[in-house]
Design a protein around this ligand. Structure first.
Ligand code: B1M
Length: 217
C-alpha cells in the first residue's frame, strides 16, 4: 500500500519521472494493474480536482499531474489491453466539442480494446459533424462513445446525438455516454442508449449494447 501512497503523491505533485519509475517498480513487483490505476492514479486525479476546487491548484498544476498520469498509463496499457484478440465489435470514441479532457476517454478506449473491441479514437474537441462523418465512412461501426468532463460541454453530447439522428444514422449505431458530470438521467434525457460511470462499467455496457444491436438487426 505504501507503493500506492507514493504513486498518489507523485501524481499529485505532477512528478512524471517519479510516477513512471514507481509504477514500473510496482508492476515489476507484481502489483495488479487495476490496483495501481484505481488506488494510485485515479485517486490522485480526484485529489487534484479537489485541490483545484479549493483554489490550491491552478490549470498548470492540473496539466502536469495529467502528464504524470499519462506516463503511467503508457506503462499500464499493455497490461490492460490483451494483444491479438479477435475483435467483437467496433467503437468510435471521442471527447465532445469544446472539451479537452482525454484521460478518462483514453482509459475507456483502453479497457474496451482489452475486452476485444476495435477502437477508432477521434481525440478531443470533436465536432458533431466529425462523429457523423466517421460513422458514415465506416459500415462496421457498432457503438459511438461520447465523453465529456465539463458541465458546459455536456450539451455537445446532445448536439452530437441530434446530428447523428438528423444524418439518418441513428439506427446504425448505439450511443454510449460518460464522464464525471454525466448522469444516467442526463443520458436518458438526450436519448443516448446507455451511460457508464467508469471504464469497467463502460465495457459491460458496450457488450450489452452490442447484444441489443445484433438482436434488433
Ligand atoms: Co479540468 N476540470 N479543466 N483539466 N480537470 C475538471 C473536470 C474539474 C471537475 C475540476 C474541478 O473543478 N474539480 C472541472 C470541471 C467542473 C465542471 O464543469 N463540472 C474542470 C475545469 C473547470 C477545467 C477548466 C475549465 C479550467 C480552466 O481553464 N479554468 C479547463 C477546461 C478546458 C477544456 O476542456 N476546454 C480544464 C482543463 C484541464 C487540463 C487541460 C489542465 C487537464 C486535462 C488534461 C487531459 O485530460 N489531458 C484537466 C484535468 C486533469 C482535470 C481533473 C483534475 C482530472 C480529470 C481526469 O483526468 N480524471 C478534473 C477533476 C476531476 O475529474 N475530479 C478536472 C481521471 C479520469 C480517469 O477520470 O475523466 O472522470 P474521468 O474518467 C472516468 C469516468 O468519468 C468515466 O470513465 C473514466 C475512467 O473510469 N468516463 C467515461 C469518462 N469518459 C467516459 C466515456 C464513457 C464512459 C465512461 O463512454 C463513452
Amino acid at each position: 500500500m505504501s507503493d500506492m501512497k507514493e504513486i498518489f503523491q507523485a501524481v499529485l505533485e505532477g512528478d512524471r519521472e517519479t510516477t513512471v519509475t514507481l509504477v514500473q517498480a510496482a508492476v515489476d513487483s507484481g502489483v495488479v494493474a487495476n490496483d495501481i490505476l484505481q488506488n494510485g492514479l485515479i485517486a490522485a486525479m480526484l485529489e487534484v480536482g479537489h485541490q483545484f476546487e479549493e483554489g490550491e491548484y491552478y490549470v498548470p498544476e492540473m496539466l502536469i499531474s495529467a502528464r504524470a498520469m499519462q506516463g503511467a498509463l503508457d506503462i499500464l496499457k499493455p497490461l490492460l489491453v490483451k494483444a491479438g484478440v479477435e475483435p467483437i465489435g467496433k467503437v468510435i470514441i471521442g471527447t465532445v466539442k469544446g472539451d479537452l479532457h482525454d484521460i478518462g476517454k483514453n482509459l475507456v478506449a483502453m479497457m474496451l480494446e482489452g475486452a476485444g473491441f476495435k477502437i477508432q479514437d477521434l481525440g478531443i474537441d470533436v465536432a458533431p459533424e466529425t462523429f457523423v462523418e466517421a460513422i458514415r465512412n465506416d459500415p462496421n461501426v457498432d457503438i459511438v462513445g461520447l465523453s465529456a468532463l465539463l458541465t458546459t460541454t455536456m450539451p455537445s453530447m446532445d448536439a452530437t446525438i441530434k446530428a447523428i439522428d438528423e444524418a439518418g444514422l441513428r439506427g446504425k449505431v448505439k450511443i454510449m455516454v460518460g464522464g464525471a458530470p454525466v448522469t444516467s438521467n442526463y443520458s436518458q434525457r438526450i436519448k443516448a442508449d446507455g451511460y457508464a460511470p467508469d471504464a469497467g462499467q463502460a465495457v459491460t455496457l458496450a457488450k450489452s449494447l452490442l447484444g441489443e444491436k445484433s438482436v434488433h438487426q
